[in-house]
Design a protein around this ligand. Structure first.
Ligand code: CA
Ligand code: CA
Ligand code: CA
Ligand code: CA
Length: 319
């Protein structure tokens, strides 16, 4: 998703960069959307509460060599503000982390209808590419309603990605923070590190049979496509179209462990017992937490406890 990508879905590498506070462009200007069809691996359309996500890890691989440095931690949003802004704070470590977000849509698209070669916008991106992208990195509320975070910096929107990537070499050793990142480096995202709304997003994706994720960064553009002079200092990621990625298994990868079980079995062991009650209680304490939302009204409250108690009395998941 980049306004000047006229070969969407067939590029053999994807640039990740920001156009901070540049009118006509989104802050998160060039992002990679990765999609995985899981319908061959798990039954779909069973209702999202049947899917208990025990592991969810996305890996993408760096295509460019020693172009940017490793930032393993989230940065304050205000570190991307103009340095003249009274709220500006300095970035305490080099570079910007690589982020992963849920994906939401405008223009009538949804998870099933949006394709990798779908257009950037229903518009002319040459004249205005700001706030119009059809698939965007989203902040989700407890009703799964999305906010487009593409212009998060200029709009000063609070909110965080699901998580930021940690970088590993081929021996599975984590890179040193601040180090320049070699070609082939694995960017690993623990998708369970996000909040409960992001967990529900994963459950909904299993229910639909398709998981889409946006990989993005607030690292400003430099050199090459995207403008500026000098060399590229932002990440580029191997796509599945890249011949090297195909030969060396460097295309984006998703590894998940999902228990397909009854709604009240929150830990996926086919029992509804005290361990599940503890998970229920944690969600209940948060209220605006849909992990244990057994009646699907967006909150976990007393009505859900009534449902849970029935299942708890049965102990074993019904077949
Ligand atoms: Ca940082
Ligand atoms: Ca930083
Ligand atoms: Ca259980
Ligand atoms: Ca509820």
């Amino acid at each position: 998703m980049y306004p000047f990508n006229f070969a969407a879905g067939s590029e053999n590498r994807a640039s990740l960069f920001a156009a901070l506070r540049v009118p006509g462009f989104d802050d998160r200007d060039s992002e990679l959307i990765v999609g995985f069809d899981v319908r061959g691996a798990i039954p779909s359309d069973a209702g999202r509460l049947r899917y208990k996500i025990l592991k969810a890890e996305l890996s993408v691989f760096v295509e460019n060599d020693l172009a940017f440095s490793y930032d393993p931690t989230p940065d304050p949003l205000a570190s991307s503000y103009a340095s003249t802004d009274p709220e500006y704070v300095a970035d305490s470590d080099p570079s910007k982390p690589i982020e992963v977000w849920p994906v939401a849509f405008r223009g009538g698209f949804d998870t099933q209808s949006w394709q990798e070669n779908s257009p950037f916008c229903n518009c002319n991106p040459i004249t205005n590419a700001e706030g119009v992208r059809l698939a965007y990195p989203a902040l989700l509320d407890n009703f799964q309603q999305p906010t487009d975070m593409s212009r998060q910096v200029r709009e000063k929107l609070p909110g965080s990605p699901i998580t930021v990537g940690r970088l590993f070499n081929s021996s599975n050793n984590e890179l040193i923070p601040g180090a320049l990142v070699p070609q082939g480096t694995r960017v690993r995202f623990n998708l369970l590190a996000g909040n409960s709304n992001n967990y529900v997003y994963l459950q909904n994706a299993m229910n639909k049979g398709v998981l889409l994720l946006s990989v993005a960064t607030l690292e400003p553009t430099s050199g090459g496509p995207g403008g500026g002079t000098g060399g590229v200092t932002y990440p580029r990621i191997y796509t599945k179209e890249n011949p090297t990625a195909q030969a060396l298994t460097l295309a984006p990868q998703l590894e998940m462990t999902v228990a397909y079980t009854c709604a009240a079995d929150f830990d996926g062991d086919d029992l509804v017992d005290d361990a599940d009650f503890q998970i229920f209680a944690a969600a209940y304490n948060e209220l605006l937490d849909a992990r244990a939302d057994l009646n699907l009204d967006g909150v976990t409250d007393d009505a859900d406890f009534s449902n849970f108690a029935v299942a708890y009395d049965e102990l074993v998941c019904p077949n």
